[in-house]
Write a protein that binds this ligand. Structure first.
Ligand code: GUN
Ligand code: ZN
Length: 447
């Protein structure tokens, strides 16, 4: 066991649907392996034997309770939950910063040609390593990621995530139409491959599998139906896709599915909306769509740097809260422009402020609180994944993924940090001025 002393930032675990920050300026955290009889949660879902938070609170209390446990003293630094990236594409690590006239030209000109290279397992393994290095360097300890349509691209990533002990969820992309040679898959084989990958990786240690139809335009009815059937047969597996990101894309889906009420309802028609289904973007939804999200337990992966970079539009936070569906933050690299949670949280703040959705429709501009932005990228994102109490928080029973942030590591931030009058001001200073230099330690729960 180890005792950490630092300023501790966490969220009230009794209110997982709300961003209720708790900050102990002089706090303590006890980390160690749990007793084995505590590994199986009430629903008997499998929990691997990795370090957990065994206690947390004010430093004086913890020191008194555990007088003989060795202390790691990080006074003056902030110990906070490892970040959770709700939507990212590992094979697009080198696609970041590719300019194009919006989503569909960007896919055609840069993304599909690049992803075709992942047919080569060695290439996939090489990029997987860079990708995981980047996640960890930026303090991201859990991610839900797309691979490519090549099963080997999943194996390459899962293998390396497993060696690092990371909690990672990934899936082979399904795209059997409107996709060029090199990334287009075969309908039947794609479903056989998906099932084999679920059996190979889902629930292995900290790994999870996500059924991954790329988006409605790239999947035939048969492929969507097959994906929906797998989603029903494997309820603990995740589902990930894209929806309502870009106006040209929305029009295309209307042409392809003239009978569907909306883009989102196409997924509903194939049984692809359910708890553990995570849809990136969710910009051009109406009230009925948002109610459908809530009623099916489907969640949104808000991807603000990507939406700004590709000129897609602006997520409507007020409407999402009014409907009451869950959401969390995502980098969406390589449409997104950074692996840094600070960059993503700042972009989310910009997006919140916007009072149009990008399609000319009014949306209510909101000023998201810094602690709420932080929550969206940690405990809130974990909740959206159905992993509350497992990752995303410093709470007893959570796996011990955490970051230690040193605000002194940047001169301007050090000044601003010192002048902060409240927790919100201090967190905003980090969000606006922080980058990977302040990530002093990124700890992944050890076996
Ligand atoms: N829609 C379908 N594929 C993609 C992708 O790779 N990135 C983004 N941002 N949107 C998509
Ligand atoms: Zn995406």
């Amino acid at each position: 066991m180890k005792l950490y002393r630092a300023s501790v930032l966490r969220f009230d675990p009794a209110q997982p649907q709300h961003a209720m920050p708790i900050f102990d300026a002089d706090g303590g955290v006890l980390v160690g392996l749990p007793e084995t009889d505590k590994l199986n949660t009430a629903d008997h879902s499998h929990r691997p034997a990795v370090e957990q938070f065994l206690d947390v609170g004010p430093w004086a209390t913890l020191r008194e309770r555990y007088p003989h446990v060795p202390v790691h003293d990080y006074s003056g630094r902030v110990l906070a939950p490892g970040f959770v990236d709700l939507h990212v594409h590992y094979p697009q690590t080198d696609v970041m910063g590719s300019p194009a006239d919006g989503l569909l030209p960007w896919l055609e000109q840069y993304t599909f040609p690049h992803e075709s290279r992942f047919a080569d397992a060695n290439y996939a393994a090489q990029v997987a390593e860079v990708f995981l290095d980047e996640l960890q360097r930026h303090g991201v300890t859990t991610a839900l990621t797309f691979a490519t349509s090549h099963p080997e691209s999943v194996n390459a990533l899962m293998q390396q995530a497993s060696e690092r002990g990371l909690r990672l969820i990934a899936g082979k992309v399904l795209q059997d139409r409107h996709s060029p040679d090199g990334v287009r898959d075969d309908t039947e084989q794609s479903l056989v491959d998906t099932e084999a990958l679920i059996n190979r990786w889902h629930g292995q240690g900290r790994l999870g599998y996500a059924i991954t139809p790329r988006f409605a335009p790239s999947c035939s009815d048969a492929q969507m139906r097959g994906a929906g059937e797998l989603a029903q047969r494997f309820p603990s597996v995740w589902v990930q896709s894209h929806v309502a990101e870009n106006l040209d894309e929305v029009r295309w889906v209307q042409e392809l599915y003239p009978k569907s009420r909306s883009y989102l309802s196409v997924y509903d028609d194939f049984g692809l909306l359910r708890p553990r289904a995570v849809y990136a973007h969710c910009i051009y939804l109406d009230a009925q769509d948002r109610a459908l999200m809530r009623d099916t337990g489907t969640v949104a992966a808000v991807s603000p740097t990507s939406n700004l970079f590709l000129g897609s539009g602006f997520f409507d936070y007020a409407a999402a809260d009014e409907a009451g569906h869950l959401y969390g933050l995502a980098s969406d690299v390589g449409g997104g422009t950074s692996f840094s949670p600070f960059q993503t949280m700042l972009a989310a703040y910009y997006v919140g402020r916007a009072n149009v959705n990008g399609g000319g429709q009014h949306k209510r501009g909101v000023s998201l609180k810094p602690s709420h932005l932080w929550w969206q990228h940690t405990a809130g994102a974990a909740q959206a994944l159905g992993l509350q109490g497992v990752v995303g928080n410093i709470a007893i029973g959570c796996e011990a993924d955490f970051v230690i942030i040193n605000p002194q590591a940047q001169p301007l931030l050090a000044r601003k940090w010192q002048q902060a009058q409240s927790l919100e001001e201090a967190l905003f200073a980090l969000i606006v001025l922080g980058d990977d230099r302040v990530m002093e330690t990124v700890h992944v729960a050890q076996q």
